[in-house]
Design a binder for this molecule. Structure first.
Ligand SMILES: O=C(O)CC1=CCC(=O)O1
Length: 264
């Protein structure tokens, strides 16, 4: 566990794994922090230098006043990579984390070796939907909409058979600072990376849970179709967060992708 100041805010990060290996960075989704990757990271720690971090507004990182932009998030990650002396890395981004990764891949292609875009798209939802969500969080807190969010995060089977895990991850969501959450909603609302997608040069894998209610398979496939050479895969029995629900299936796909991209 470590902290650094980047772009005027404190970011929480962790470096683990093989110090002289290629770097693999994990980026989280809206309402989640680095803990969501805990079942996935050990599979890569013997070969990669792993970087995990909490994006602004989440986890132990600072939550400056809303709103944020995707470029704010991308600037934070670039500053963290500079701080760590990482010239280039492979990025695994979930949902808004995948949007940040897409943006970085276009802004600084020389720093992105390979991309894994999990349950994400070039554009997620509509401005109206995000403004409505921001309003609800500002009025009544994340708890007021948590059940609807969790319905999209996890399959019914997960909820029914893993009650303690479900409750723990719900705690993570509702304990996210409201303005950090709302600020990140604004960054998603205001981002349309459709024009960027065709300019991504990093080898890209797009992957999605078959029951993802936030970024359904058809939406993710549409983004994959825009990215030159991108591969598209569906993980069975998973919602929006396969790294929690089906970590082994995600690990297999990521390992294969990094190997084929010459990074594993
Ligand atoms: O909270 C959701 O609905 C899922 C989600 C959309 C963007 C993101 O990062 O998470």
């Amino acid at each position: 566990m470590a902290f650094t100041r980047a772009n005027g805010i404190v970011l929480h990060y962790q470096v683990q794994g093989r110090a002289d290996g290629p770097t693999l960075v994990f980026l989280n989704s809206l309402g989640s922090d680095m803990r969501i990757w805990q079942e996935v990271v050990p599979a890569f720690a013997d070969r990669f230098r792993i970087v995990l971090y909490d994006k602004r507004g989440h986890g132990l990182s600072d939550a400056p006043p809303a709103p944020y932009t995707i470029d704010d998030h991308a600037d934070d990650l670039l500053a963290l990579l500079d701080h760590l002396g990482v010239r280039s890395a492979s990025l695994i981004g979930l949902s808004v984390g995948g949007m940040i990764a897409q943006r970085l891949a276009v802004r600084t292609p020389e720093r992105v070796e390979a991309l894994v875009l999990c349950d994400t798209a070039a554009k997620i939802g509509t401005p109206e939907m995000w403004s409505e969500r921001i309003g609800a969080v500002e009025r009544a807190g994340i708890g007021s909409i948590a059940d609807r969010i969790l319905d999209r995060w996890f399959t019914p089977a997960f909820r029914e058979t893993r009650d303690e895990d479900f409750t723990g991850w719900k705690n993570m969501l509702v304990r996210t600072p409201a303005h950090g959450y709302a600020g990140t909603c604004a960054s998603i609302r205001d981002a349309d990376l459709t024009a960027d997608a065709g300019r991504i040069t990093a080898p890209t894998l797009c992957v999605v849970g078959d029951q993802d209610g936030s970024t359904p398979p058809d939406l993710v496939r549409t983004t994959a179709d825009l990215i030159p050479g991108a591969r598209f895969e569906i993980i069975r029995d998973a919602g929006h967060i396969p790294c929690i629900e089906q970590p082994a299936a995600l690990i297999d796909l990521v390992e294969r992708h990094l190997r084929e991209a010459g990074r594993g």
